[in-house]
Design a protein around this ligand. Structure first.
Ligand SMILES: C[S@@+](CC[C@H](N)C(=O)[O-])C[C@H]1O[C@@H](n2cnc3c(N)ncnc32)[C@H](O)[C@@H]1O
Length: 320
């Protein structure tokens, strides 16, 4: 029997396996110890607390080999989420596959922005374009049970993952379809159209970095400036919004001004940008003109920028 690259030994303890795996992962991962713990817990079918409570327990050779193979793939850059098939987002345990983007913590700002414009006690219709795993759609559906949430993606495989996530997490008010951009939204006017679309420029070297090169290129890149899908959404969405409805878009940290300009030129008001925890412009939203007498006003255009993150958005326990 060959020795595992992670354990270097057919039979070792949990503590020793973790130490060796961490050392192997240090060159490629920013979180080598955490990665090692997650992968060993996955291999053994144990929780991480149980793993950490029993460093002296020995691992049988079969487990050691499987763990070694996972560590090797992680050393080659494969994201932990693809190795385990899971990712936490908004405190939800989501299934993830190589057909879906791995949901990012900064996208929780997108969820917060939607919750900030959808009152908890009112029926609403929310469309999530480019839903991927369904992360945003499922989080909004669970936080706003009176809303109907439609997630769409042009990737059939992604839509299947999103459906599975919604069903497992009991988001019965969410549905999913395969569709390009806003093409499936004509049947009604929407309270909110939200999207975390692909927004990286083709040729951006970040597309070739370790974890990212394993993710679907269509989920990441969008034309020479990364603005192609954002432009399409800004062009199509306003006609699909109900009076007073909101378009809420995630974008790259350098794209805030461009996206504000797109929303303003599309006729939306109250245009504002929310920064992420790192201080980068991350989410821009704009509002369709409300009906006369609504009294809330559509806002003044792109002057209203750099809003503070929306307070009281009813966020669940922040993800680790
Ligand atoms: C950045 S990922 C976001 C996934 C998910 N919403 C999240 O935040 O984790 C972008 C998603 O948009 C989808 N997509 C790309 N272009 C699209 C288009 N024109 N119409 C619909 N979906 C699109 C991709 O397949 C991918 O799932």
């Amino acid at each position: 029997m060959s020795a595992s690259p992670a354990t270097g030994n057919p039979k070792v303890t949990i503590g020793r396996a973790l130490t060796r795996a961490r050392a192997a992962l240090e060159a490629t991962s920013e979180t080598p110890r955490l990665d090692a713990e997650i992968l060993l817990a996955q291999t053994l079918g144990w929780s991480r607390p149980r793993l950490l409570a029993h460093p002296e327990a020995s691992i049988d050779p079969g487990c050691a080999r499987r763990f070694g193979a996972l560590v090797k793939r992680r050393c080659d850059g494969e994201p932990v989420a693809y190795l385990t098939g899971r990712r936490e987002f908004w405190s939800l345990d989501l299934a993830v596959t190589p057909d879906t983007l791995v949901p990012r913590p900064e996208t929780e700002h997108l969820v917060e922005a939607v919750l900030g414009v959808v009152p908890a006690d009112t029926p609403a219709t929310v469309a999530d374009i480019g839903t991927g795993t369904g992360a945003v759609a499922v989080a909004v559906a669970l936080e706003r049970p009176r809303a109907f949430v439609l997630g769409s993606d042009r990737s059939r495989a992604a839509v299947e993952v999103a459906r599975e996530n919604a069903a497992r997490l009991d988001a019965g008010n969410a549905a999913f379809i395969v569709a390009d951009a806003c093409s499936a939204l004509a049947s009604r006017r929407w309270s909110v159209i939200v999207s975390n679309p692909p927004y990286v420029a083709e040729g951006d070297p970040r597309l070739e970095t370790a974890d990212v090169r394993f993710e679907p290129r269509d989920a990441l890149a969008a034309g020479p400036l990364g603005l192609d899908v954002l432009e399409t959404l800004a062009r199509q969405a306003p006609a699909r919004l109900a009076p007073g409805g909101w378009l809420v878009l995630e974008h790259g940290s350098e794209q805030g001004a461009a996206v504000r300009s797109l929303l303003f030129r599309a006729g939306l008001g109250a245009v504002a940008t929310i920064r992420d925890l790192a201080g980068n412009e991350r989410v821009t939203l704009g509002r369709c003109a409300p009906t006369a007498g609504d009294g809330r006003g559509a806002g003044t255009g792109p002057g209203a920028i750099d809003a503070e993150p929306i307070a009281g958005a009813g966020r669940r326990t922040p993800a680790a």
